[in-house]
Design a protein around this ligand. Sequence first.
Ligand code: PLP
Length: 377
Amino acid sequence: MNKPNRIYLSSPHMGGTEIKYVNEAFETNWIAPLGPNVAGFEAALEDYLGEGNHVAALSSGTAAIHLALILLGIESGDEVICQSMTFSASANPIVYQGAVPVFVDSESDTWNMCPVALEQAIKDRISKGKMPKAIIAVHLYGMPFKVDEIVAISKKYDIPLIEDSAEALGSYYKGKPCGIFGDISILSFNGNKIITTSGGGALVTKDPKVKEKTVFLATQARDAAPHYEHSEIGYNYRMSNICAGIGRGQMEALNGHVKLRQANHAFYTNLFKGVSGVTVFTEYTPEIASNHWLSCIVVDETAPFTAEALRLALEADNIESRPLWKPMHMQPVFKGSPFYGTSVSEDLFKRGLCLPSGSNLTTEEKQRINIVIEQLV
Ligand SMILES: *Cc1c(COP(=O)(O)O)cnc(C)c1O
């Protein structure tokens, strides 16, 4: 028997106008890490984020975090606080700089950095003679972290905040878009994100000089001279004009994608309404709106199935699902890194599951998911 088509967790979804911008790049021979699409994509993002923010389009979200750390002067031996429950790309650039990650637990309502554990971590590091140099907080699965609380702690101790908004373009906190709350913020346009440039990212800043410096560092740090003159180490992190063309088209589709992902969340909320022990990850206050990049659940002992049993049942029908991000303090590569908090993120990892959430999920595909789940309850 033929297997049914694979249903993915989150796959690229083109809006239709991307190819026009890519063709323009070909027709004008702007096949380079600069050109009108790069400027146009940055302008579209700046327009979307508002409040005079400046955007530098880069080759990836990881590159954006790396440059953010460099711009904040993070050096070998420095300590950087990072949300433990996240994708490894939030933390890896700390190590690229030779700095030391200090991980902080999540809280159970937001799944994001716990402000109480954050302050404990800062106080303890200070008592050990180490003032943390930056804080990296993440809007997991598009759910905004407690911006007011985290920003207040960042200001109180004068430690700059890097807002990892890789999963949260299109999410809102108290009426403002995620991606503007950090001293530096970052976005990702990887293939699985809410919009994609096939691979790409961006750094967001309020300071035009910081954008200028970002572009300088991302294009090999060339000083002003007719020959190649360098007084700083540079990187090859700029977005190409081809990728930015895809991004311009994707920006025209963004609002539609957000609505479709939110509709997926409503579908799962309805699907699990009568199932005991299953909680769909939902806004913890009406003051925020998640883009619901991924729809996620946690499954407790009273449920008729475990998260792993559900994952295997979906897989048997060629439907992809995945456990939640395994916290960084549990990862072999970060063994021995300091960690502050309790067992919130560890417990979420054990009981959680991400479900198919693409903005291109069809009615028929939802029907297949529905059938698998109905057979388990
Ligand atoms: C995807 C992602 C990144 C990295 O972005 P890339 O563009 O894939 O390098 C960073 N942080 C989080 C939370 C992400 O989900």
